[in-house]
Design a protein around this ligand. Structure first.
Ligand SMILES: NC(=O)c1ccc[n+]([C@@H]2O[C@H](COP(=O)([O-])OP(=O)(O)OC[C@H]3O[C@@H](n4cnc5c(N)ncnc54)[C@H](OP(=O)(O)O)[C@@H]3O)[C@@H](O)[C@H]2O)c1
Length: 325
């Protein structure tokens, strides 16, 4: 019997739905319109999960890809589409979702995430999306002590309760302290997913263990460390890719998928999109050795200023979070 591809694996969510374990990320490249061809290539290669967000400004290009794919016979129900409510749109999650649905040209998303557990200052349309005063984010609620972020998640729950516009709801960039604040205040739906930066260089095992205990699926962004792809250059990742005769990206995806997590790589190299869908069956020792790379020398590659004060470890520039331990 042939082994399943990474694109064929689904994971069960805590609300009864299922999520495809390999997603294609749609953060904009130099020219955002390149996302249309990227998504078409990915879906034709077998990807069923598209990860997007209002903030990326690429949803209308994803929408063009969907239109093209539907015209070719692909069905909406065969695809899993994730979008997110950005922190400057915190006051109007349903309006943010409506804008996303309109740009995507669809009537529902499979998963709606709160992009960050903070509330930055945005107008009625969530603009500007990066409200800065010098080096500092302009907030509508204190990022360390504020609790408005909980109301935002509750409003996202209400969309699931009261409309047919979302199947599942979840969160992104939640640390353990923020999860501990949120979980007792959940109205009805424990987040199905927490999307965070995760790779063999940043295993964050305390956070993934916490999510596992609460039946929250961890979804890994920047699985190769983002632009420059430092993780695929790691000698041990290259060694495993050579051993299994696969792309180094298959190793970084397998690191997550074999641990029951979602992996969200991004690529505009169409050959890479088509090739990196294999799921090498890494041994437990190999998975442990990958984990040790980051345990011994943790490296976070996304250090956005709106991550300050959220209680994450190893966030460069963060002077707001309290010391751990
Ligand atoms: N929730 C959040 O706050 C959040 C934050 C960041 C990202 N995300 C999501 O996660 C997705 C992925 O994040 P990311 O963009 O940081 O992902 P990533 O997959 O870690 O990095 C993508 C970059 O690595 C390059 N790359 C991949 N494999 C390579 C290889 N073998 N050799 C050389 N370069 C290689 C790609 O270039 P090529 O185009 O040449 O392949 C691309 O520039 C995003 O698109 C977005 O959907 C979410």
């Amino acid at each position: 019997m042939s082994q399943k591809l990474a694109t064929e694996i689904d994971l069960p969510l805590n609300d009864g739905h299922r999520i495809p374990a390999l997603a294609i990320g749609t953060l904009p490249p130099d020219l955002p319109q390149r996302v249309t061809a990227q998504v078409i290539t990915a879906v034709k290669a077998g990807y069923r999960h598209i990860d997007t967000a209002w903030y990326y400004g690429t949803e209308k290009y994803v929408g063009e890809a969907l239109k093209h794919l539907f015209a070719e016979g692909y069905k909406r129900e065969d695809l899993f589409i994730t979008t997110k409510v950005w922190h400057s749109f915190w006051h109007s999650p349903e309006k943010s979702l409506d804008k996303s649905l309109s740009d995507l040209g669809i009537s529902y998303v499979d998963l709606l995430l709160q992009h960050w557990p903070v509330c930055s200052h945005g107008d009625e349309n969530g603009l500007p999306s990066e409200p800065m005063e010098g080096d500092y984010v302009k907030y509508d609620d204190d990022p360390v002590t504020g609790t408005k972020f909980i109301d935002v998640y509750n409003a996202i729950e209400d969309i699931k309760l009261n409309t047919n516009k979302v199947k599942s709801v979840g969160i992104s960039n939640y640390s353990i302290p923020k999860l501990k604040q949120l979980l007792p205040k959940v109205k009805k739906f424990v987040p199905a997913v927490n999307q965070i930066e995760l790779s063999p260089h940043l295993p964050q095992k305390d956070l993934t263990d916490f999510c596992d205990q609460h039946k929250i699926i961890v979804s890994a962004y920047s699985p190769v460390g983002g632009t420059g792809a430092p993780v695929v250059k790691d000698p041990y990742v290259v060694e495993l890719a050579t051993k299994y005769g696969v792309e180094p990206n298959d190793i970084t995806n397998a690191y997550h998928i074999l641990n029951n997590r979602v992996s969200i790589p991004r690529s505009f190299n169409h050959d890479r999109i088509k090739k990196a869908i294999i799921l090498p069956r890494l041994t437990k020792d190999e998975l442990d050795s990958l984990y040790k790379l980051g345990e011994e020398n943790p490296r976070r590659y996304t250090n956005d200023p709106w991550g300050y004060g959220l209680g994450f470890r190893w966030w460069d520039g963060d002077t707001l979070s309290k010391e751990f331990d």
